[in-house]
Design a protein around this ligand. Structure first.
Ligand SMILES: NC(=O)c1ncn([C@@H]2O[C@H](COP(=O)(O)O)[C@@H](O)[C@H]2O)c1NC=O
Length: 510
């Protein structure tokens, strides 16, 4: 039996090779791997002795030779194949242990050059492991050091490797090479600043963890992350306390973080329930911001997600501890705050250092039979804001309008957000009719809506929303504009002395 070993990640390879040697397996190996084995007194046949050709072009050509690929690809139960091997003086290779140049690790390094990245694209390795995987009935292929033991155990027990084990190893190869190539293409595309919407879509994600279940207990689920992105997102967070995040926790926390990122530079707390903001507050301190986020809707925040863009201190922690919160995310926590918060078993506490970092990327959404791809909605306002009413908003109203606009942008459509003094007073998310979204928010906000401002994620199709807003005590409105009935809404605002601003951009979120 012969094994070819050519590995970049050399962990576990010495023990593996030593055991193969003890089992009487002949070992063929390439440059660096061969040197390491020889230094450790393991008998090795150099690749050049098999190919009759020197390793050349800085390692670009080592194993790319018929003497190697014939030995891997020949079907042992095909007499013509075996005769051909004899005729060409090629020996069969039964075990291929190869792991690839560390492309991912290379591109993850700070300031890596395109040349260095390109040199770390493995050519010979994928060729060998694909060949071995294609001929899985006759060849055991190992690409991951964790599988050395499986193969060794089988060889020790039975003298050969079961075909179903070889099949699973082969399957791993094609997943591995597909992932490897997708990483390379994504990197090269990014380097060239190319559009992501090509004729075919190949993306690769790496598993972070299996989840206990999906949106509901009868649905299976797992969490995957993008490769090589430092994004200031949940995948970069460090969990300091509490149970594992659930599927819904991840989805809701993601929604909360998206909303929080709008408030860059201003101490802000966002509370989310079912992926919609239920409390948002901006203030001079995180404590005050939390109080606003809580007081806006002291009911929905229970069992919700709370994210903050500044350190959680003891005072804030004590306030948070009065509630039941599922997940808390912040860039840092004071020692005393952590001491307070960790008294509760059920809260999941996460630290996310780059919490304010903008996420640059795209959104993928699976639909039956396909997938939708779009840029992230990373712009807040379109053209310059246009005041369309006789009355201009006051400075305070304008600040609140922008605040409410940031909230409604991150609220499911049809969405209406009502705010006052940089505090979300009431949110009306996800209704099939815009007026219902407003009516829900008004029911929730009640008296406290007097003197508030309103944001609508898309234009008012009729003036009924202005009518209802006025009755609730709203003094200013922000909306995209663009309805054929805009004039009706403007006239009604003028009648009631409401200031209205058009953004020229809508923010649907379905
Ligand atoms: N060019 C080749 O023929 C070739 N054959 C094997 N490799 C890779 O060379 C690495 C091992 O190199 P070394 O044994 O010299 O440390 C492995 O990651 C293997 O996938 C090659 N390198 C890159 O393509």
């Amino acid at each position: 039996m012969r094994a070819l070993i050519s590995v970049s990640d050399k962990s576990g390879v010495l023990e593996f090779a030593k055991t193969l040697e003890d089992l009487g397996v002949e070992i063929i190996s390439t440059g660096g791997t061969a040197r390491l084995l020889e230094e450790n007194k393991i008998k090795v046949t150099g690749i050049s002795d098999v190919t009759g050709f020197p390793e050349c072009l800085d390692g670009r050509v080592k194993t790319l030779h018929p003497g190697i690929h014939g030995g891997i690809l020949a079907m042992r139960d095909n007499p013509a194949h075996m005769e051909k091997l004899q005729e060409l003086n090629i020996q069969p290779i039964d075990i291929v242990a190869v792991n690839l140049y560390p492309f991912k690790e290379t591109i993850s390094k700070e300031g890596v050059s395109l040349e260095e990245a390109v040199e770390n694209i493995d050519i010979g390795g994928p060729t060998m492991i694909r060949a071995a995987a294609k001929n899985y009935k006759d060849v055991a292929v190992i690409t991951d050091p964790v599988d050395y033991k499986t193969v060794i155990d089988q060889l020790k027990d039975k003298g050969s490797v079961d075909v179903d084990v070889k099949y699973d190893l082969a399957l791993k190869v094609f997943q591995h090479t597909a992932n490897y190539d997708a990483m390379i293409s994504a990197y090269l595309k990014e380097q060239a600043g190319k559009e992501t919407m090509d004729e075919t879509l190949t993306v690769t994600f790496e598993k972070v963890q299996d989840l206990r279940y999906g949106e509901n207990p009868h649905q299976k689920a797992a969490f995957y992350k993008e490769v090589g992105k430092q994004s200031g997102t949940l995948v970069d967070a460090v969990q300091l306390h509490g149970k594992e995040l659930s599927y819904n926790n991840i989805n809701d926390t993601n929604g909360a973080l998206e909303a929080l990122k709008e408030f860059y530079g201003t101490p802000t707390v966002v509370a989310v329930k079912h992926a919609n903001p239920c409390g948002v507050g901006s203030a001079d301190s995180i404590y005050e911001a939390f109080i606003k986020a809580y007081e806006g809707d002291p009911v929905s925040i229970f069992g919700g997600i709370v994210v903050a863009n500044g350190e959680i201190d003891k005072k804030t922690a004590e306030k948070i501890n009065e509630l039941f919160i599922e997940v808390l995310v912040a860039p840092s926590y004071s020692e005393e705050a952590l001491e307070v918060l960790t008294r509760k078993k059920n809260i999941r506490i996460l630290k996310l250092e780059g919490i304010e970092k903008r996420y640059q990327g795209y959104e993928l959404k699976k639909v039956m039979g396909g997938i939708l791809l779009q840029d992230t909605d990373s712009v807040l306002l379109g053209e310059d804001l246009k005041v369309v009413t006789k009355r201009q908003p006051t400075k305070e109203e304008m600040e609140d309008l922008i605040f409410a606009w940031k909230v409604v942008k991150n609220t499911k459509s049809n969405g209406i957000s009502l705010a006052k003094d940089k505090m979300l007073i009431a949110n009306g998310p996800g209704q099939v009719s815009r007026i219902w979204a407003l009516q829900n928010a008004i029911r929730q906000g009640g008296e406290s809506l007097i003197g508030s401002v309103l944001a609508s994620d898309a234009f008012f199709p009729f003036e009924d929303s202005v009518e209802a807003a006025n009755k609730a005590g709203v003094t200013a409105i922000i909306q995209p504009g663009g309805s054929i009935r805009d004039e009706d809404s403007i006239k009604l605002c003028d009648k009631y002395g409401i200031a209205m601003v058009f953004t020229g951009m809508r923010h649907f979120k379905h």
